[in-house]
Design a binder for this molecule. Structure first.
Ligand code: GTP
Length: 615
């Protein structure tokens, strides 16, 4: 019954439809994409697995999409075989950047809304992105099989938001497959076919690029004008670097070599290049023999929001970490890093991320895919510090924060949008107020749902804000934010000292009002984590030379042989060996031995617990 046809060799743009699915997290994009793959027969029943397009283990385990994926699916309407290119996109606010790149490769978007939840913060954010890209939008309610679904109510809400009639909002279930065929028909009917000049010099936009151990760099493109063929010499417009095309093809969803890619087509290129910097996302590909005069407008550079130091537990892994970061960067245009050294942790990198989830995912990928053990330092945002001599520096690492000579510090701000049932307005405003927020406005989307806008310091919302918002709104609040300039702030650097020796890994830049709380928290934690030494160890928190908190670790003389009475010499030796082993995993801070685990434990609590990472 599925109206599938063999994937047509799409040389005629009139039969192509490029679309993406945008939605708030968990509203069911990946499930709907799965159902489309199954219905159209591109994935055999026996090969089907949930979240087919989520290729990374982490994506499957956490049930979230991180990378965009493009796949070509056939669909027949009124006897004509169409070629649909579906681009699955992530929903989490950290990965909005991935979404905007995918949108630029499409003519239309399915705006998917959970029929039991209604419109949420990322529904709005993604809708605005799609509108900015002039995409045709098909509103769809998903999960209508759920007993809690309220299709009439939310169809009205959606129609109200984007204009149109509630009756025109399609109702589907990605789970049961209900309504999905009608949706595919509507995609063919409502979305415009791509337009471009087939005779013009080739121009293709790179919207993704991944490193494959066997094949080298695989570059995903959307052709705007002209044609790309195998064995052709291509040129990257930003660097003018040339490569020979070894393979060109489409994902269906497994890679399938093709005879070429024409106007409007989405596919992949392989040039055998191993250097990941040769294939930059946002760049335009043209041909060497007939190059285009002008590149396509690129993407906005993603701006990292959160910075953290990443250090290998074992110092000899440093080169592995460097290579791994380089490879990940190709996959992830938003990642930036530079080498740094820490007195306490050795050689590592300062890495910039889009948010905490991005940090967590990156760290997990590095550990898993490259077999590394890492310590990540407490994350912080980027500050702009003006010194007394008017020099301006950007500080992403607390240990670089200048002491004494500071004239002004500016902190990054965000424009935040919170959606929640009206009964929680008071609680939300109270929370934003304590986070130094300034109310920007409030709109009622329906009589029981409100949109509240605040301007807040990034540092106040990027760490635990969302978890608190969720608990204050009994799970119903949703949050989206984007960068919104900066402001002068009263910030200080808190240092942590062990026996008078500063430990750079524990320093933090905080608002003056919160410095004391940080000092007390960190000194208290370290007292628990650092074992007693043979002398007393004071742990202090200080702003400049002023001590704001202090704890003490009492002295102990640790005699490991005390337990071994009797003359069993081999047992004694074993114990001594063991003690030596243990020492190897100690870091010396002055005379104080700090176990590696203490660093990990003291720093890790600054991250969100694993299961809280979803929005
Ligand atoms: N009952 C019901 N559950 C659904 C339906 N579609 C998705 N779900 C469930 O909703 C949850 C989220 O679905 P996903 O497809 O992973 O959501 P997503 O929007 O792709 O999430 P991200 O990829 O992380 O953005 C899963 O537990 C699905 O099983 C549906 O039509 N009906």
């Amino acid at each position: 019954m599925a109206r599938t046809a063999p994937v047509p060799a799409a040389t005629d743009p009139a039969i192509i439809r490029n679309f993406c699915i945008i939605a708030h997290i968990d509203h069911g994009k990946s499930t709907l994409a799965d159902r489309m793959l199954q219905l159209t027969g591109v994935v055999e029943q026996r090969d089907m697995k949930a979240q087919y397009l989520d290729r990374m283990d982490i994506e499957r385990e956490r049930g979230i999409t991180i990378k965009s994926q493009a796949v070509r699916i056939p669909w027949e309407v009124d006897g004509t075989s169409y070629c649909l290119n579906m681009i699955d996109t992530p929903g989490h606010v950290d990965f909005t950047y991935e979404v905007s790149r995918s949108l630029a490769a499409c003519e239309g978007a399915i705006l998917l809304v959970d029929a039991a939840q209604g419109i949420e913060a990322q529904t709005l954010a993604n809708l605005y992105l799609a509108m900015e890209n002039n995409l045709t939008i098909i509103p769809v309610l998903n999960k209508i099989d759920l007993p809690a679904a309220q299709p009439e109510k939310y169809a009205a809400e959606l129609a109200n938001l984007i204009g149109g009639n509630p009756e025109d909002v399609l109702q589907v279930s990605g789970k049961t497959g209900m309504g999905v065929e009608a949706l595919l028909d509507q995609i063919v009917r409502d979305l415009p076919a791509p337009v471009g000049d087939p005779e013009a010099p080739a121009r293709a936009m790179i919207f993704d690029s991944v490193y494959d151990t066997y094949r080298g760099v695989v570059t995903y493109v959307r052709v705007i004008d002209g044609h790309l063929s195998p064995r052709e010499k291509i040129q990257m417009m930003s660097t003018r670097a040339t490569h020979e095309l070894q393979e060109i093809g489409v994902s269906s969803p497994e890679p399938k070599p093709a005879k070429g890619l024409g106007v409007g087509e989405v596919g992949y290129l392989i040039t055998g290049v191993k250097d990941v910097r040769q294939s930059k996302v946002g760049d335009t590909v043209t041909t060497f023999h007939k190059p285009a005069a002008e590149a396509l407008p690129g993407y906005h550079e993603a701006k990292p929001m959160v910075f953290s130091g990443l250090y290998p537990l074992d110092g000899t892994d440093y080169p592995v970490l460097r290579d791994a970061l380089e490879k990940l960067m190709l996959n992830d245009a938003a990642l930036v890093y530079e080498p740094e050294t820490s007195a306490a942790l050795g050689f590592g990198f300062r890495v910039g991320f889009l948010g905490l989830l991005h940090l967590e995912i990156t760290r997990e990928r590095l550990e898993r895919e490259y077999n590394l053990d890492l310590i990540s330092t407490a994350p912080n945002v980027e500050y702009e510090v003006t010194l007394e001599d008017k020099k301006v520096i950007q500080v992403t690492n607390p240990s670089e924060y200048p002491t004494g000579k500071v004239a002004e510090v500016r902190e990054p701000m965000v424009a935040a949008t919170i959606l929640a049932p009206t009964e929680f307005v008071g609680a939300i405003m109270e929370l934003c107020q304590t986070r130094r927020g300034i109310l920007g406005g409030m709109d009622y989307l329906s009589e029981d749902r409100v949109e509240i806008r605040y301007r807040l310091p990034l540092a106040e919302i990027v760490f635990d804000f969302f978890d608190i918002l969720k608990s204050k709104t009994r799970g119903y609040g949703s949050l989206d934010w984007k960068a919104d300039g900066d402001q002068v702030a009263d910030l200080v650097k808190v240092d942590i000292m062990l026996q008078g020796e500063q430990v750079d890994a524990f320093s933090a830049i905080t608002h003056r009002d919160k410095a004391y709380a940080y000092g007390v928290m960190m000194t208290g934690k370290l007292r628990e984590l650092i074992p007693r030494q043979q002398f007393e160890v004071p742990i202090q928190a200080a702003i400049g030379s002023r001590i704001i908190a202090r704890e003490n670790i009492r002295a102990i003389r640790k005699d490991v042989l005390a337990k071994c009475y009797g003359g069993d010499i081999s047992r004694k030796r074993k114990l001594l060996e063991k003690q030596k082993e243990g020492k190897k995993r100690m870091k010396m801070v002055g005379r104080v031995e700090v176990p590696q685990e203490a660093f990990i434990a003291a720093l890790s609590s600054e991250e969100p617990a694993k299961d809280k990472s979803k929005k």
